[in-house]
Design a protein around this ligand. Structure first.
Ligand SMILES: Nc1ncnc2c1ncn2[C@@H]1O[C@H](COP(=O)(O)OP(=O)(O)OP(=O)(O)O)[C@@H](O)[C@H]1O
Ligand SMILES: [Mg+2]
Length: 231
């Protein structure tokens, strides 16, 4: 479903991501591991079209989307939850969710009710400003916003980072439910090897912009992977 071929990406003259080949199959949970600053977020931004790869191709459902603008990628079924959430603090929860529907071509103006079944707290806080929510609630809002268009692939950039344990558990339960239904594939950036190996089907380890290891999580060699994760 998602197929990255020889992706090179960076900022200005500096190359951050080098020769990355990566695949996500329908319904699969794939984890992208790696130390701080190795290029994980940069890779997700290239998939979403927020930065333009300097080389390589991105295929989504067999279509070459390398030159698609971001909204067209969203429309074709890719949901994105950026690192640090990036919700709009001055807008209400409801307005933030409606922004998730912005790319809809069919003029949809209503947030799907299922989002509130996933994260009930958002219904209670519908008219509250995004900025007044706790970090964890903002993360739930960012995920719900990414789900609004009904994506078939969800990109999650460190969704557990800096979040209170109770909400970490809710987000884990949400990812587990996605895994059970197998209707949405997930590319998850995560620092915790333990969580990644528990939930993901497949993993990639990025080290200084390159894929240093990959494989099925049930065959994961922890020693080999940790080598690329410890500072
Ligand atoms: N907008 C930018 N302009 C210039 N350099 C950037 C920009 N964003 C990131 N970088 C640099 O690119 C490199 C990779 O950053 P990136 O955010 O992709 O890493 P990461 O693996 O997501 O790290 P973390 O785990 O800390 O989130 C870093 O050296 C970073 O300083
Ligand atoms: Mg990052």
């Amino acid at each position: 479903m998602l197929n990255l071929q020889k992706i090179e990406a960076g900022y200005g003259e500096s190359m951050v991501v080098r020769n990355v080949n990566l695949q996500v199959k329908p319904g699969q949970i794939v984890c992208l591991l790696g130390r701080n600053g190795v290029g994980k977020s940069t890779l997700l931004k290239s998939i979403m079209g927020l930065i333009k790869p300097k080389f390589g191709s991105i295929y989504f459902n067999e279509r070459n989307i390398t030159s698609f603008p971001t909204d067209r990628r969203a429309k074709s079924g890719i949901g994105y939850v950026p690192q640090g959430r990036e919700i709009f603090p001055q807008l209400t929860v409801e307005e933030n969710l409606l922004l998730g529907l912005e790319a809809a071509t069919d003029g949809r103006k209503k947030t799907p009710d299922s989002l509130f079944d996933t994260f009930p707290v958002l219904r209670q806080m519908l008219h509250r400003k995004g900025g007044d929510l706790s970090g964890g609630q903002q993360q739930q809002l960012a995920i719900a916003r990414a789900l609004a268009l009904g994506p078939t692939l969800l990109l999650l950039d460190e969704p557990m980072e800096g979040i209170q344990p109770s909400i970490v558990m809710e987000i884990e339960a949400f990812i587990e439910s996605i895994k059970r239904n197998r209707e949405i594939a997930v590319l998850l950036v995560e620092q915790s090897l333990e969580f990644a190996t528990n939930i993901a089907d497949y993993y990639y380890v990025l080290d200084r912009g390159k894929i240093a290891a990959e494989g099925r999580t049930d065959h994961l060699n922890e020693e080999q992977v940790r080598k690329h994760l410890t500072v």
